[in-house]
Design a protein around this ligand. Structure first.
Ligand code: SF4
Length: 424
């Protein structure tokens, strides 16, 4: 029997997909990349954008899918979407209940979708990436940003025991070179074990850095106001904690931040960025922006560009706003920025970021940087990542092993990366 699995959205879903692979392996199913061969098709949905939900329907428009294939839906699913998606899927299961899949598959039974516990995180994931391990430390979120469905789909934040997280890190195979700690607001982590010396996210990050000195450690995604001095100090102290720092801004307009229900204003955001640059001068800061949120004027958008400039952001994961049912923004505000305007603003932002990224990359010209070799292109060119997340093309690598750390002299700076040669 074969299973086909597809996830949409963020790294949390990717990590959950790895756990589902472990469950299917335990049932002696074989993984297939070909949906037509599959006896079980598992989709991890993402409710952040309507487009991600629409893509689920596209998967099942393929005519050659086996009629007998069991179709399973999990991930972030809104109650409203469940009603429609029930017509396609045999099983809709909350991610926290995937341990029950063997029984449900046997019975082909519909299962109630109701987030409850995080026990499922104890399932050791089948790491699908040879170099990078994703380790969830919490699930859910308490913030209720007005555009976001996560608190409704994944429930309120629940934290794993630090002991359990460190145990998972300890058992990672030797080939893993990078560890990403995951949580919807990863830095609001509090260890549920009150007797442990690991109290909060900074303590946990430090413990992971000490436990795996040869691995690069990073985390995704922090909430700005939880980025405190203690955390900045820990990042600055350990060489193996990545200086790539991703902090979601969402908007640079105080008016928009307020209706988004984000708990900071643009000035406070910049304060945090300033503290980071002071303690970690080579920090590479990236962010998320929602373009064209309800009521966003040209002036509001300019405010966003202004903050991106001041914070010297080098990469933005942007999304054109689309309302999600069940969220406050869907109920209360008008999605009144046209699609054309959203696209134009997005293009403008991309141009600015490309310029800023090039500026930063130029600083590396002539210097030697440590690179983790991650890919080999079809043309035989190797690609790698710096500790600060920049992509480096390596031209003189011969028979390089993926997962090797090499010293590269940078001779070309581009908008979205660097080029260089390994030095002996
Ligand atoms: S912080 Fe806001 S955007 Fe992020 S998961 Fe929580 S509610 Fe959603």
């Amino acid at each position: 029997m074969n299973y086909y699995i597809k996830y949409f959205g963020c790294d949390m879903n990717k990590s959950d997909a790895q756990r589902i692979c472990s469950v299917f392996d335990s049932m002696k199913f074989k993984k297939t990349e070909n949906i037509f061969d599959a006896d079980a098709i598992i989709i991890l949905a993402c409710s952040v954008r309507q487009s991600a939900v629409n893509r689920i329907y596209e998967v099942f428009r393929k005519k050659k899918i086996k009629k007998s294939a069991i179709k399973i839906l999990t991930g972030c699913v809104l109650k409203k979407d469940i009603q429609k998606l029930q017509k396609i899927f045999d099983i809709i299961i909350d991610i926290t209940k995937i341990k029950n899949l063997p029984k449900l598959i046997k019975e082909k039974k519909f299962y109630n979708y109701n987030p409850e516990d995080i026990d499922y995180l104890k399932i050791i994931p089948k790491q699908s990436d040879n170099l990078l391990a994703l380790i969830p430390i919490s699930n859910g979120c308490n913030n209720f940003c007005s555009y976001c469905a996560v608190p409704y789909t994944r429930g309120l934040e629940k934290n794993r025991l630090a002991k359990e997280i460190l145990n998972e890190v300890k058992k990672l195979p030797k080939n893993i070179k990078q560890v990403t700690l995951l949580g919807q607001t990863v830095n609001s982590y509090i260890n549920p074990d009150k007797n442990s010396r690991i109290k909060d996210f900074s303590d946990l990050l430090e413990a992971v850095a000490i436990l795996k000195p040869d691995m690069w450690i990073n985390f995704m995604a922090p909430y700005p106001t939880k980025f405190n001095n203690k955390l900045i100090k820990v990042i600055a102290k350990y060489n193996n904690i990545s200086n790539h720092i991703h902090i979601p801004l969402q908007s640079g307009s105080d008016k928009i931040l307020k209706i988004m229900n984000r708990q900071y204003n643009s000035g406070q955001f910049l304060e945090i960025i300033k503290k980071i640059y002071t303690a970690i001068p080579d920090a590479n800061i990236t962010t998320d922006v929602i373009v064209g949120f309800c009521g966003e004027t040209e002036k509001d958008f300019k405010d966003t560009l202004n903050i991106l400039k001041k914070a010297k952001i080098t990469l933005v994961y942007s999304g054109l706003y689309s309302p999600r049912p069940q969220t406050l923004a869907y109920k209360m505000y008008n999605d009144n920025v046209s699609q054309i305007k959203k696209r134009k603003r997005d293009e403008k932002m991309t141009k600015l970021i490309a310029k800023q990224s090039l500026e930063r990359n130029k600083k590396y010209l002539g210097s030697v940087v440590k690179v983790l070799v991650t890919n080999k292109s079809k043309k035989g060119i190797y690609l790698g990542k710096m500790q600060t997340y920049e992509t480096v093309k390596i031209f003189n690598a011969i028979d390089c092993d993926l997962g090797q750390f090499v010293d590269v002299k940078i001779n070309k700076a581009l908008e979205w990366g660097l080029e260089g040669k390994i030095i002996k």
